[in-house]
Design a protein around this ligand. Structure first.
Ligand SMILES: Nc1ncnc2c1ncn2[C@@H]1O[C@H](COP(=O)(O)OP(=O)(O)O)[C@@H](O)[C@H]1O
Ligand SMILES: [Mg+2]
Length: 242
């Protein structure tokens, strides 16, 4: 990680060296959406402490607020109130550009839909996050190839997105999420489009690669099979952790 440079890199690298005890620390996180003059209380004061390297499943019924919480923890949305410390950074005090850098550099995302670029090969797709961070093409491709091998796509690297199956697309998306060795991997229903067997494959790969890299993982899922083997399960019901 330390060789990666970004515009605000210096400051973020410094913070990372302190190696905070908690990857995520949240106090009284609230989220209120206002729609058509009405307020919708989605998160009603959520507290959590997540240690570095923990694998956490976030479960709860549809509409419970899982995605809303992950958007906040992935710095894609702001809480209405409450305090969030991410990798030792007090998010509230950060500028938007600092948050962008922190997100680009230290957080990987995996969603229900893969969002791979159709006109690129799997190797190019997985290289892209590193190219954006300024890695030379050869170095980026070497690292991307390593990840593609790790997710079992050695023979598919030069295929285009549309030339591989749904399960393979999702494995490539996982490789892309993990190629820059993020401190935090955020997965929102990562198996939602897959059958059980493909889903379990992805789950096992997430666990394996995250453990190997020492990444902290949050996986939101409504599937109890996917939550299996997590270090801890956080259950959200009616906007609160129960
Ligand atoms: N941008 C938004 N504006 C208004 N309401 C929203 C928005 N995003 C989500 N919601 C509402 O917040 C609640 C929680 O949604 P979500 O976090 O997606 O739940 P989950 O991921 O657990 O299914 C739902 O009632 C949903 O309709
Ligand atoms: Mg959701």
């Amino acid at each position: 990680m330390d060789e990666i440079k970004t515009r605000a890199g210096g400051k973020i690298l410094e913070a990372k060296k302190t190696s905070p005890e908690y990857a995520l620390f949240g106090e009284k996180i609230q989220k209120v959406y206002s729609q058509g003059g009405k307020n919708l209380d989605v998160l009603k004061g959520i507290d959590f402490k997540i240690k570095m390297g923990e694998i956490i499943a976030i479960v709860g019924p549809s509409g419970a607020g899982k995605s809303t919480l992950l958007h906040i923890l992935g710095l894609m949305d702001n809480p209405s109130s409450g305090e969030l410390t991410l990798l030792g950074w007090n998010v509230e005090k950060m500028k938007e550009t600092e948050k962008d850098n922190l997100r680009n550099k230290y957080i990987g995302f995996l969603f229900q839909f893969h969002y791979l670029l159709p006109d690129f090969t799997l190797l190019e797709n997985v290289s892209l996050p590193l190219r954006i961070q300024g890695f030379k093409e050869k170095h980026a491709k070497d690292l991307a190839a390593e990840l593609l091998v790790a997710v079992g796509l050695k023979e598919r690297m030069t295929h285009f997105t549309s030339q591989v199956s749904g399960g393979e697309q999702q494995r490539a998306a996982l490789a892309r999420a993990m190629v820059s060795k993020p401190s935090l991997l955020i997965c929102d229903e990562p198996t939602g489009n897959l059958d059980l067997e493909r889903g379990e494959e992805i789950r096992d790969l997430i666990w394996r690669i995250a453990r190997a890299q020492g990444s902290t993982v949050l996986v939101a899922t409504h599937n109890p099979e996917i939550a299996k083997n997590a270090d801890r399960i956080l259950k959200i019901v009616d906007g609160k952790i129960v």
